[in-house]
Design a protein around this ligand. Structure first.
Ligand SMILES: *Cc1c(COP(=O)(O)O)cnc(C)c1O
Length: 373
């Protein structure tokens, strides 16, 4: 047997990096926690599922097409979205989830010694991709649960390449309105790439929320992310995209893997576009259930943080990892927030009403057993 000299082979930034461990499949978790049913409220998935048109595509997918490679650049999808947003199809790149688009952007612009800037308590993948690729992630503390524009601008130096703004923010639900986003983009004046991650834009009810797609014409350094995982209920098929100025996207395209978006995902996403009825139905559901959650959690005397988006944060009088295990034993899976640098907070996704009741009852039970209520 050979010894593999990992000490020499592995870059230091990989040695320092800890792999993300995804949760086990439901049947394994149900055995582990000895429960007959599990409500998954940890990933902000759409409890209403995909739009009807997408469901029909998935059901009717002809098996012979599985042996044929998909369109390598999601040709028809880009054409359809370009028409919808008034863009050129070449301003859009699809990825295996918007997650992959994060890697495309960082690879396209960062080299040794460069940095990216984002918030300390936001979607962690910007930070992770930067770090396991060997680049510094400068994390600016949230201010009043929101992205701190002044703080981010102050951290820019000549090695800063990309700034990531999650709008609305996962997990806090805060957002920048249009004047604030414009001021930020004006201050940067094209010197860096600004990514606005709009994974939850279709959920937003606030009228002053900026649609970054409409700003692309004015800001050639702006890149937006969108996904079919949340509102369109296609998380399992892995499909998302980025859009930006023509020149910037031409650079990003050099780093993307062709064929990373499969045929079913492309067809299902195409069928989802324009289903406004699905969007409105989902929004109504999220609005009602969020109101229910906030009312019930307030009744338990718990601090909550929610805004736009299909999730609510709750501050607990116990450790979030302990609460996770105790809720799992009651058949409810939430997201612990220690990893998001919110110790003792959890994030719960809006699910079907029955799941919301199971969560509230489960949590109330835990607090009662502890004598907290
Ligand atoms: C879920 C999510 C994404 C991307 O999800 P994909 O499934 O990879 O498309 C991107 N950004 C944020 C903030 C998210 O919550």
């Amino acid at each position: 047997m050979f010894d593999v000299p990992l000490g020499r082979l592995v870059p230091d930034y990989i040695k320092r990096f800890e792999a993300y461990i995804p949760s086990k499949p439901d049947p394994e978790l149900m055995k582990l926690y000895n429960v007959g049913h599990l409500w998954r409220l940890n990933n902000n998935e759409n409890p209403l599922g995909p739009p009807e048109g997408s469901a029909r595509i998935i059901e009717g997918f002809p098996p012979p097409r599985a042996s044929i490679y998909p369109s390598g650049d999601s040709y028809y999808l880009r054409a359809r979205l370009a028409e919808m947003f008034g863009l050129d199809p070449d301003q859009i790149i699809f990825g295996n989830g918007a997650n992959e688009a994060i890697a495309f952007v960082i690879k396209a612009f960062c080299q040794e010694g460069d940095n990216i800037i984002t918030a300390d308590r936001t979607f962690a993948v910007y930070e992770w991709v930067a770090e396991f690729s060997g680049f510094e992630a400068r994390l600016v503390p949230l201010k009043d649960f929101g992205f701190d524009d002044e703080g981010m601008l102050a951290r820019i130096d000549e090695r800063t390449k990309v700034l990531f703004v999650c709008n609305p923010n996962n997990p806090t639900g805060t957002y920048w309105d249009e004047p604030r986003l414009r001021r930020f983009l004006d201050a940067i004046a094209g010197r860096q790439i600004v990514v606005v991650d709009e994974a939850y834009c279709e959920f937003v009810e606030a009228p002053d929320y900026p649609d970054a797609m409409r700003l692309l014409k004015e800001y050639p350094n702006l890149v937006t992310f969108r996904t079919f995982s949340k509102m369109y209920g296609l998380a399992g098929l892995r499909i998302g995209y980025l859009a930006g100025g023509r020149d910037v996207v031409d650079v990003i395209r050099r780093t993307c893997i062709v064929y990373s978006v499969n045929t079913v995902a492309q067809d299902a996403a195409l069928a989802a576009i324009g289903d406004n009825e699905h969007v409105l139905r989902t929004r109504r559901h999220v609005k009602d259930e969020k109101a229910y959650l906030l009312r019930e959690l307030g009744g338990l005397g718990l601090e909550t943080q929610a805004g736009e988006g299909c999730y609510v944060m709750v501050k607990l009088p116990l450790s979030d990892t302990l609460a996770y295990r105790q809720l799992m034993a009651k058949g409810v899976m939430i997201r612990t927030m220690t990893g998001f640098r919110f110790p003792n907070w959890i994030r719960v996704s809006v699910g079907v009403h029955e799941a919301m009741e199971a969560f509230v009852e489960g949590l109330a039970g835990i607090l009662r057993e502890r004598g907290t209520i």
